[in-house]
Design a protein around this ligand. Structure first.
Ligand SMILES: [Zn+2]
Length: 252
């Protein structure tokens, strides 16, 4: 699910900062130590509490006892990775390296999702907001929210980033194209789901079978989450409804 793995970003300087904690893999801890070259890790900024970004926090805390751990609170999830989390909020400035980053709340993929913005270089540390070459999962079973995600994409676009450093996949040198592409993709997918409802599909599995016929079985549960995310958005907008668990279109 994480493609070729996940990136963490190390910012050297006065306040040596790591963005995302990884998973505590020994290989990562050793690579970090080499990159630190004797410097001490001052803080870890975590983009969100999904396991591939946060679960390494205890292993990092054990190796770097002076490090602080900061993220936007998501209490039910944060308690899975027991370190003394310090709360971040939208708009907060955080001294990082020799510079300042600003926390940008970008919920949707996860309710606690933050991007970190470096104004001077117009660099956005994007977490899971965008992954080049693929779409981002909005897991309805883990408080994913498509309406919030679309608003977060717009918010990131409004920053006019010159590059986006993601947690998965290659560096994004054309963030505007990628973010606009996501918005367009979701709009097309929404049209397809409305059409499936018009054709009489009433449950997400039928829609997955129709819209994701060529997707491998292993990825179908994620496709299902995406369909449910769309249905909930349409429901909130009064364009789809459900009786028991059977969905129908509301034309108006
Ligand atoms: Zn994630």
């Amino acid at each position: 699910m994480t493609g070729t793995g996940n990136w963490t970003w190390l910012i050297p300087g006065r306040v040596t900062t790591l963005i995302d904690a990884g998973t505590g893999l020994d290989q990562h801890l050793q690579a970090l130590e080499r990159a630190l070259a004797g410097a001490s890790l001052a803080q870890v900024l975590v983009t969100h509490a999904h396991g591939d970004h946060a679960s390494g926090a205890p292993a990092l805390a054990a190796r770097h006892p002076g490090a602080r751990f900061l993220k936007m609170p998501w209490p039910e999830r944060d308690s899975k990775w027991p370190v003394p989390w310090e709360p971040l909020a939208d708009g907060m400035s955080i001294a990082s390296g020799d510079e300042t980053l600003v926390a940008i709340h970008t919920p949707g993929h996860a309710p606690d999702h933050l991007c970190f913005w470096h104004e001077a270089s117009r660099t956005l540390f994007g977490g899971d907001l965008a992954v080049k070459g693929t779409t981002v999962v909005i897991p309805s079973n883990l408080s994913g929210d498509l309406t919030a995600y679309l608003a977060s994409l717009e918010r990131a676009l409004a920053l006019r980033p010159a590059r986006l450093l993601p947690a998965h996949g290659p560096v994004i040198d054309d963030p505007e194209t990628v973010l606009r592409g996501y918005i367009e993709h979701r709009r097309e997918r929404e049209e397809q789901i409305l059409e499936a409802l018009r054709q009489g599909d009433s449950d997400p599995d039928a829609m997955v079978a129709r819209l994701y016929a060529r997707v491998e079985d292993a990825l179908k549960p994620m496709a299902r989450e995406s369909v449910i995310a769309h249905l909930r958005k349409l429901e909130r907008e009064g364009r789809a409804g459900r009786r028991d668990e059977a969905w129908h279109i509301i034309d108006g």
